[in-house]
Design a protein around this ligand. Structure first.
Ligand code: WTA
Length: 652
């Protein structure tokens, strides 16, 4: 039965297959057995601040040591109080200082096939130059820099350069619209935007600077725009405002020591969708986030010196922040970075990269795996993937069939799969198998990492019985947790810390089985998960009603083979007749307001929307209709039954 939030609490997946880690894998792993994991977890849970403080002392560089592990004033956390460190120093300079400067940090491949390799020493030079260029553009401690770039080494360099001088980066995924960029610039008060003339995607150039120009017309706080020449386009460059990367970065001095910063200095803002129309600027800070990204990277991907690690996420999302940049670089790993699409020039581009670059750890999203399955086994079969030793997934649940395909076809039945559950807000992975220690069950993110203490509760905050579904909460602060919503601490308190007193409310439904394995069952709020990306229904609705023809709009998710969920919208029109042209125009309108990722798959025009007597749109019913299911939920509060009949018969 569906509960009031649309979660299918009791109809849970029954999956009993168990895949223990191969014995020889466990023998060489960092954490070698379930017992070893359990001991570590128990020790951490007994005193999380002490557990994290020991790791922080040992594994981060401190210009000045911290004096207190955690100062907790719910919901405000301060980790490693009194300490001075620098995220960029930990990701770059520390390795150079410790004699590992010649190790490869980033191996990059552009979509057209160009490539670049940067050692840690070279990365230090590039980052220092970029940091000096930022300073010359008036950027300093606490200033916000928006970054709207293709997946090039310069994107990582720009992020690290901000971190080096205590500026706060706000990376905006390069698929967002000019409107969306302007909203984010204005919310954060950004002083600088870093972009490129373009980026390659499926053989075409995305005109990034052009989109930024639209945003800059509405971004009064932005003083300069720094532009990387990537695609060879000749964008408009506004005199006095816009400067080329090759003019100011390439010519800058490479002497720029990393600034010693207080542990809680803001490191970045990353906007994500919540249950209201306005995206939330999730705030992360220097010491705790860096430590958490590093340690979770090492545990979950069982990091070894000879690994070639490839996380396919774009740096526009948290996965790219934590597992392309901060986590692996803080661990001194060799990171592969790829600019373009998985199907360019053909559907085996990823497998071709894995084979040529001898990738050992591969981390991607279920939506990509579903696409690979559709494109056909022969594309995988023709490549030698024997370098792989661990596979990972993130962003949404993976269904057991896709898991089995990944295991057999990509992993050759020898690579443990780490299904990692976490969020923009958590900063790093919270629940995941440790590949040498925890037997996996297809579709489960298995167990919490050491130092993470979850609880599944009902809507009164009471723990549910084992095996039952409920709201997923985290009961202890952890170093990677968000420190707030940029400029809106009240909303931070309201969204995450008010419904269930004393616990962090993640926003997901989950169930824990008799073996202590967690199963994530979808959101409790109006957040959609389209191809692993978070979208708020209200954000899409607001975009639609800003069009002059639209009276009312309701957006819901419906199951989609490749995307997981697709956006379906129901629309009532003002004095206009529905038409195919209008449908296309509205799709285009959403692209323009938010970005291509939010474009509705279906638009249905209707005379009225189903509402409760108190006037709330009954999304649950619309969800059923969009999915082609009989509306099975409770309709007793529906104000006008005929609406439902008419919607179902598709007559309007
Ligand atoms: C969902 C991405 C099931 C979940 C790192 C969460 C998952 C939201 C998983 C966060 C997983 C993420 N299994 N669901 N392994 N990983 N999710 O902020 O609903 O983009 O709340 O962070 O994605 O999405 P976000």
């Amino acid at each position: 039965m569906a509960d009031e939030h649309g979660g299918e609490l009791d109809t849970v997946m029954q999956e009993s297959r168990l895949f223990p880690p191969p014995a020889e894998f466990s023998a060489g792993a960092r954490i070698k057995s379930l017992e070893e994991y359990q001991q570590l977890w128990d020790r951490a849970a007994a005193d999380p601040p002490k557990f994290w403080a020991d790791i922080a002392q040992e594994e981060l560089h401190w210009f000045e040591p911290f004096t207190e592990a955690l100062r907790w004033n719910e919901p405000v956390a301060e980790w490693f109080v009194g300490g001075k460190t620098n995220a960029c120093y930990n990701c770059v300079d520390k390795h150079v200082a410790e004699g590992r400067g010649d190790r490869v940090a980033i191996v990059w491949e552009g979509e057209p096939g160009d490539e670049r390799t940067l050692t840690y020493a070279e990365l230090q030079t590039e980052v220092s130059k970029c940091a000096n260029a930022l300073k010359s553009l008036g950027i300093g401690l606490g200033d916000v820099v928006s970054i709207y770039m293709p997946m090039t080494p310069e994107l990582a360099i720009a992020m690290l350069a901000c971190a080096r001088i205590g500026a706060v980066h706000s990376v905006i995924f390069a698929g967002f619209s000019g409107e969306a960029i302007a909203d984010r610039n204005n919310d954060a008060g950004a002083k600088l935007v870093i972009t490129a003339d373009g980026g390659w995607r499926r053989g075409k150039v995305l005109p990034l600077k052009e989109t930024v120009d639209e945003a800059l017309a509405k971004s009064p706080t932005v003083e300069h725009c720094l532009v990387l020449k990537r695609a060879g386009d000749a964008p408009n460059m506004q005199e006095g405002r816009d400067v080329w990367w090759h003019d100011v970065v390439d010519t800058a001095s490479d002497e720029c020591p990393a600034a010693p910063l207080d542990s809680e200095t803001p490191l970045f803002i990353l906007y994500t969708s919540g249950s209201t129309g306005k995206p939330k600027g999730i705030k992360h800070t220097s010491a705790g986030y860096t430590l958490y990204a590093k340690k979770t990277f090492e545990w979950v991907f069982d990091h070894r010196d000879d690994d070639v690690f490839w996380c396919t996420a774009d740096c526009g999302w948290i996965t790219g922040h934590s597992y392309v940049v901060y986590g692996p670089l803080a661990a001194g790993a060799k990171v592969l970075m790829y600019e373009g699409a998985p199907d360019h020039p053909a559907g085996d581009r990823f497998w071709d990269i894995v084979e040529r670059r001898k990738v050992t750890v591969f981390y991607t999203a279920p939506t990509a795996i579903r696409a690979f399955i559709k494109w056909g086994d022969e594309l995988v079969d023709k490549h030698d993937l024997s370098s792989l030793r661990i596979l990972g997934t993130v962003g949404e649940g993976i269904n057991p069939e896709a898991w089995m395909w990944y295991h057999k076809k990509v992993g050759g039945e020898r690579c443990p799969i780490v299904d990692t559950w976490w969020q923009t807000e958590t900063g790093g992975i919270m629940m995941s198998p440790l590949p040498g220690a925890i037997p996996t069950k297809p579709g489960s993110c298995t167990k919490p990492l050491p130092g993470v203490v979850p609880a599944i509760v009902d809507d009164h905050g009471q723990p549910v019985h084992p095996g039952h579904g409920g709201w997923l909460t985290i009961t202890q602060p952890w170093p990677g947790m968000l420190r707030g919503i940029w400029g809106d601490m009240q909303r931070y308190q309201d969204v995450y810390w008010s419904r269930i007193p004393g616990k962090y409310l993640a926003g997901d439904n989950a169930r824990c089985d008799q073996d202590g394995y967690y199963w994530i069952m979808g959101r409790i709020d109006d957040v959609l998960n389209v191809s692993g990306h978070r979208l708020s229904t209200i954000e899409i609705e607001s975009a639609l009603v800003s069009h002059p023809a639209v009276a009312e709009a309701a957006a819901v998710g419906r199951p989609h083979d490749l995307k997981g969920e697709a956006v379906a919208v129901f629309i009532t029109l003002k004095d206009v007749d529905p038409s195919e042209e209008l449908r296309e125009e509205l799709k285009h309108h959403v692209r323009k307001e938010i970005g291509a990722l939010a474009q509705p798959e279906d638009i249905r025009f209707t005379g009225s929307l189903p509402k409760t007597r108190s006037g709330k749109i009954m999304r649950r019913l619309l969800k059923d209709i969009a999915a082609g299911r009989e509306a099975v939920g409770d309709t007793t509060t529906l104000e006008d039954y005929t609406v439902l009949t008419r919607l179902r018969s598709g007559k309007e």
